[in-house]
Design a binder for this molecule. Sequence first.
Ligand code: KG4
Ligand code: ZN
Length: 319
Amino acid sequence: MILGIETSCDETAAALVTQHGRILANVVASQADLHAKYGGVVPEVASRRHLELVTPVIREALDEAGATLDDVGSVAVTTGPGLIGALLVGLSAAKALAWARRLPLVPVDHLHGHIASLFLEPTSLDPPFTCLLASGGHTLLLDVRDRGWENVRVLGTTLDDAAGEAFDKGARLLGLSYPGGAALDALARDGDSEAYAFPVARVPGLDFSFSGLKTALLYAVRDLPADELERRRADLAASYQRAIVRALVGRVEAAGGERIAVVGGVAANSELRASLPGATAAPLGLCTDNAAMIASAARYTERLDSPDYLGLDAYASAA
Ligand code: KG4
Ligand code: ZN
């Protein structure tokens, strides 16, 4: 089995996955509460917390699978993109574990991981497909030709904020705590999505832009008296969410392709899922960051034999 480790942002995660893509354990320790009071992830705080959590989380994953390190055949770890200090904690843990047992190590790109959430049982989606990857850090429209990372082609990306970032910033303006995507989704259910006409940015090609939308919400919130704002929060949330979903769905439809897939934290959004009924969405539990998707991606990535990986480095952003 493959031991996956993911520490690129504010989730410390470990998972055990078989070569066939069956999840034996999937443990995610979220640090969201720790960062909520700052309104976003504080990199240094995240690194320290990863350091405290990484070993217990790996241990818990082994327990959950009823396995020991003797059962692990390779170690997969996210090497980027993400917060560099956070990534280094996971990478160092992976190197130490792999080297102590002379196991191979598989460096996985976080974005490949999100796509590979679709390759796990029971979804087991086969390329080719057009994939919307929408998370807190990325918004990408991808042409996925096969299960490896080398043949994934970028069709469009965001020119400013990521879709998840737009959700989080909107949530903050509506008084919801970080990360607010899921809370905004819930609040929007009680609101009228036609109440406010928020703009969907017109960008050439298949790219996205969300910064104007965020500003529109800022102005709407600022112009409302406090009691009125309280009464209209759900309407604002619903209208704002509608605008983000429209932008995403519009681009997916423009990209075309016979089969559509949606992955990443924003793929958990109920309106987005409902708006793409023909698409394959990652299972809810695998949309936000986890290590099962990293172990899954490792099945389609070249492994490094011991000790060739000892000099391996992490990278903050894609080259
Ligand atoms: O994939 P992910 O866990 O981390 C990154 O790789 O960035 O995505 C996290 C993002 C956050 O911005 C969070 O607010 C958003 O996904 N998110 C949602 C929902 N659940 C999580 N956004 C909209 N609706 C949701 N239900
Ligand atoms: Zn992610």
